[in-house]
Design a protein around this ligand. Structure first.
Ligand SMILES: Nc1ncnc2c1ncn2[C@@H]1O[C@H](COP(=O)(O)OP(=O)(O)OP(=O)(O)O)[C@@H](O)[C@H]1O
Length: 553
């Protein structure tokens, strides 16, 4: 808005308008100078000229359409159509030259809580008057009463007009969406004001704001060398080493946060809200969230953002910002490597054999794990489709043990964000009934998954987002049953894709025979000169680890 806000508060005195403004607008400057001698805006309104255009002019319109000028600033030739002298020594007013009138600002009262103040205020603003008594003539007990039943006659007009109609008509020019705003304000006060509500309305602005705040601060995310314990020789001797998994740096994460699509963003903010509650000392129920979606819908992309954001916020809940609050894991080394996380087994000291006897850790090891996971609040498990009921049970038990929580405390009170797609890889060597999604109430581990997790589904394929048709085809293939045949157009699209792919590209075949053929072909292509080396096989003696060189097979 290019014109200044006006404060119509009745009691406002001239001093309050002496505030320095950095606006070079001449009308504004006039106003400041005038404020040093004027009484207040209401006095100036009452002292308006007794000519036709001012008779039915209400205070709101007077303030928004006229500005006060000093006598010394009067031009030599006064434009009598636009400049007017006020009564007494109140100065001059000039019609604003702007195309739009000024916005006016005034105290708002609730008609329910302060009816008298409310009706006094709207009468003062929208009913033309010259003396205060005209706002509540003696015959009327209250302002409300006058507003509802009063009638007035203006100078030079013999007809009686309803006060209510005049006020409502004038008010409609100034108060836009007033009822909605009042309702919104009421709801805002009734409900708990939402933390960070702005980031829901305008997440990009929130990212920018945060960027500004963070400028110069050290990132709370720990950056260190990549360490995947399962692939790291040294790690086998100790449990949960290097639990501080590598996260992205701020510069890497900001573009990711900005790029999130609507659904990804919604999920991020759900987790974020939970973290903010925690950071504010509240005790929300642990999250049990399952983020699913087809291949390439951005699940891994999202969990990196969640990990960054949750770590950043939850750092406020501990004395040491380096304490581990969010742990990013996956069931296999490769899956963990892809997300720069840890395997579930190494992070929680769970042995691959998965037998309860082997699951117990020595007191030393459990204490060491406890000290590392003391502040853990969120465990993210990627590729959940590869986790079976047994493994999830071990996760629950280990977290319970580490957090010293009773049997019935699911996952020791730690929030679990499971991410994956059950149409993708299943757990290895697992019977159908032990797969997570199979609802089997007779299995005590069933309660750790079925009916517990809230599902959030991503459905926009981001990997092939430039090729919408192909992305849709992938979605159809994802849910296709073996006995369902492909539509002819889908077949055509797939055949079209089946062109010459570069040799070095990863090739996927459905049978080992096809894999062997391709490998042989490639070897022949790359190694044109062949050498024959004859193999010799020797039997190994059972207990002596010696090779029986005499007995060649
Ligand atoms: N909002 C986004 N904006 C831009 N690129 C995105 C977005 N979300 C994901 N991507 C990109 O799309 C690709 C696929 O994303 P991602 O690997 O996270 O999907 P996924 O659901 O984990 O896939 P999969 O199930 O195959 O592991 C990646 O290259 C990722 O960087």
């Amino acid at each position: 808005m290019s014109v200044p806000l006006k404060d119509l508060e009745k009691q406002q005195n001239c001093k309050s308008s002496k505030r320095k403004r950095h606006n070079s607008d001449s009308e504004d400057e006039d106003e400041d100078e005038n404020s040093t001698w004027m009484n207040n805006i209401v006095d100036r309104y009452k002292g308006r000229p007794h000519i036709d255009i001012f008779i039915k002019l209400c205070l709101a319109r007077f303030t928004s359409e006229y500005s006060v000028i000093l006598e010394s600033q009067l031009p030599q030739k006064i434009n009598k159509d636009t400049t007017f002298k006020l009564d007494g020594s109140l100065g001059y007013i000039r019609k604003r030259t702007r195309t739009s009138p000024a916005v006016i600002k005034y105290p708002r009262f609730s008609p329910e809580n302060s009816p008298e103040k409310y009706y006094q205020s709207i009468l003062q603003l929208y009913l033309p008057y010259r003396y205060d008594e005209q706002l509540k003539p003696l015959l009327f007990q209250t302002y409300e009463n006058f507003f509802t039943c009063g009638r007035v006659k203006f100078q030079g007009d013999n007809t009686l007009s309803s006060v209510k109609e005049i006020v409502i008509k004038n008010m409609s020019d100034f108060v836009k969406n007033g009822h909605d705003l009042e309702e919104a304000e009421k709801q805002f006060h009734e409900k708990d004001p939402k933390e960070d509500a702005w980031c829901e309305l305008c997440p990009e602005a929130e990212v920018n704001r945060r960027e500004c705040i963070d400028e110069g601060k050290v990132s709370s995310v720990i950056e260190e060398d990549l360490s995947i314990p399962d692939l790291n020789e040294k790690s086998s001797s100790s449990v949960g080493t290097n639990l501080l998994s590598v996260s992205l740096t701020k510069n890497e994460i900001i573009p990711r946060l900005r790029s999130l699509n609507v659904k990804q963003r919604r999920i991020l903010y759900k987790v974020r809200d939970w973290c903010i509650q925690k950071a504010n000392g509240k005790t929300p129920e642990p999250l049990h969230l399952f983020i699913t979606g087809g291949a390439g819908t951005g699940k891994s992309h999202l969990i990196k953002c969640i990990q960054y954001e949750a770590t950043r916020i939850l750092a406020q809940t501990t004395n040491n910002p380096d304490d581990l609050t969010v742990l990013l894991t996956a069931p296999t080394g490769t899956a963990a490597f892809n997300i720069h996380g840890l395997t579930i087994h190494s992070a929680l000291g769970i042995f691959k054999s998965l037998s309860p006897d082997h699951a117990t850790l020595s007191e030393d090891k459990i204490n060491s794990l406890r000290s590392k996971l003391e502040h853990l609040q969120i465990l993210i498990i990627d590729e959940i489709s590869m986790v079976n009921k047994k493994l999830l049970f071990f996760v629950h038990e280990r977290l319970r043990q580490v957090k010293k929580r009773p049997d019935n405390c699911l996952f020791g009170g730690v929030s679990i964000i499971a991410v994956g797609d059950f149409y993708q890889l299943p757990p290895v060597r697992t019977k159908r009934v032990d797969k997570l999604y199979v609802d089997d109430p007779s299995n005590p581990s069933n309660q750790l998954w079925n009916g517990l997790f809230e599902i959030a589904e991503l459905d926009e394929i981001m990997r092939q987002r430039e090729d919408g048709m192909f992305a849709e085809l992938l979605n159809r293939l994802r849910v296709k049953q073996k006995n369902e045949s492909l539509s002819s157009s889908d077949k055509e699209t797939l055949q079209h894709c089946f062109g010459d792919s570069p040799d070095e590209a990863l090739h996927i075949y459905s049978t080992n025979a096809e894999v062997d053929t391709f490998n042989k072909e490639m070897i022949m292509k790359q190694c044109t000169e062949s050498k024959l080396i004859e193999a010799q096989d020797f039997p190994k003696r059972q207990n002596f680890r010696e090779i029986d060189s005499e007995k060649t097979l």
